[in-house]
Design a protein around this ligand. Structure first.
Ligand code: PMP
Length: 419
């Protein structure tokens, strides 16, 4: 058996991923909202696999479905063949998610992870419209590959490309200006102006709450105005629900509250239910124009992930209990952050459902709070262009006592760093 000693640990530390540096423990097992490290210490998880574990770690119903599948030698690869596991997932997704919401989408499996879904959405929108550029927003985050990075706002992430990225028209996200702006007539004027040099874009890609961008929340009216602009100008609307989908904001899709129906939707992270990689691109049926083989790849339909995804849909989306839970627990977090914001002038807070951000005037303090929280046994991460926001993404299934326990750790950490 491999022995994990300090040398192994140092190798881990030399990994460039920040999670290894911020959380220098070697994690071993996990159950519900708790992880255990190899030295037996327990950590409460307010990060949930970067949003990939909305139903917590090793949920018994999902685990049982996976074990059963493995025991009966279910197919484990990810090729785009017809399998029972895929068929059951598609049927369950149609019955539990699409039909009750009157949504009519075709489903594509674009690859294992979120950025694959974004790439396929952008590529499809360009092919369907015959247009090149995409509208994206300030502080947007859509992934690390060339297309998804080109619609990502963050300068540090973009610098990773080394050379300028192409094909985007940046626009201010909701509340970017202090006064709310929900009127896109300025954009239409520029679009119609023969002197503007602006080409009509193929699509808009938008998050309803920008997770990586610092928990920036779009209002329903702004999203509706954006959809109206898209409809008037035959620009396709892509909602990137990779992080905010699967119940994070309360409803299954984060755009439901605004009453809009995007042309294309991306899902990943928690859709697999168990932390296994799976990504979906949903498209209105008339957009399904790719010929067989025009967009394929090896790992596109992860069969074990279909099994846990189906189990998750059956377990959590047959009624509206999870939605009510998310609203209630979101309120608990928001109240705690509200108290901190009232007590300390340098703090404010924002969020929707169970994605909530505590915003620091002094960015370094957000990092210090997360470091202190880690010492006290709580995992939480920063987000935003200056990493000035402590972003909470606990499992939606978290026990309310655990939630309160974690919020107390955070309040104590804030009290320590605030003068
Ligand atoms: N879109 C959004 C909104 C995301 O938050 C992320 C991941 N943080 C991605 C796309 C990219 O997903 P992945 O890291 O799985 O490629």
């Amino acid at each position: 058996e491999t022995q994990l000693d300090d040398t192994t640990f140092t190798t881990y530390e030399s990994e460039v991923r920040s999670y290894c540096r911020n959380w220098p423990a070697i994690f071993d097992t996990a159950q519900g909202s708790w992880l255990t490290s190899i030295d037996g210490k327990q950590y409460l998880d307010f990060f949930a696999g970067a949003g990939a574990l909305n139903y917590g770690h090793n949920h018994p119903a999902l685990k049982e479905a996976l074990i059963d599948y493995l025991v009966r030698d279910g197919i484990t690869h990810g090729l785009d063949m017809s399998t029972r596991a895929k068929g059951e997932f598609l049927q369950t997704f149609a019955d539990r998610i699409l039909a009750p919401r009157n949504l009519d989408y075709k489903v594509q499996f674009p690859g294992p992870t979120g950025t694959n879904a974004v790439e396929s959405a952008l590529k499809l929108a360009r092919k369907v419209t015959g247009r090149e550029s995409i509208i994206s927003f300030t502080n947007a985050f859509h992934g690390m590959t060339l297309g998804s990075l080109s619609v990502t706002g963050n300068a540090t992430k973009r610098a990773g490309a080394g050379v300028p990225l192409v094909h985007t028209t940046p626009m201010p996200f909701d509340n970017y200006f202090d006064g709310a702006v929900e009127d896109f007539s300025w954009f239409e004027r520029v679009l119609d102006d023969h002197g503007s040099g602006l080409n009509r874009p193929a699509a808009v890609i938008v998050e309803t709450v920008q997770g990586e961008g610092g928990v920036n929340v779009a209002r329903a009216a702004w999203l509706r105005a954006l959809q109206e602009l898209c409809a008037d100008r035959e620009i396709l609307m892509i909602v990137d629900d990779v992080q905010m989908g699967c119940g994070r904001t309360g409803e299954f899709f984060s755009f439901e509250f605004a009453g809009i129906t995007p042309d294309i939707v991306t899902l990943s992270k928690s859709i697999g239910g168990y932390g296994l990689p799976l990504a979906l691109t949903l498209m209105k049926p008339e957009l399904d124009i790719w010929a067989p083989g025009e967009h394929n790849g090896t790992f596109r339909g992860n069969n074990p992930a279909f099994v846990t995804a189906t189990a998750a849909l059956n377990q959590f989306w047959s009624d509206d209990l999870l939605t009510r839970d998310v609203h209630r627990k979101g309120e608990i977090i928001s109240e705690s952050f509200g108290q901190l914001s009232a007590e300390y002038e340098a703090l404010s807070h924002r969020g929707r459902g169970m994605v909530q951000g505590l915003v620091f005037d002094e960015p370094a303090q957000a990092g210090e709070v997360c470091a202190l929280a880690y010492e006290a046994g709580l995992l939480a991460e920063t987000s935003g262009p200056e990493d000035q926001v402590v972003k909470l993404l606990p499992p939606l299934t978290i026990d309310e006592d655990d939630l309160s326990h974690g919020l107390t750790i955070l309040s104590d950490a804030v009290a320590t760093v605030q003068p």
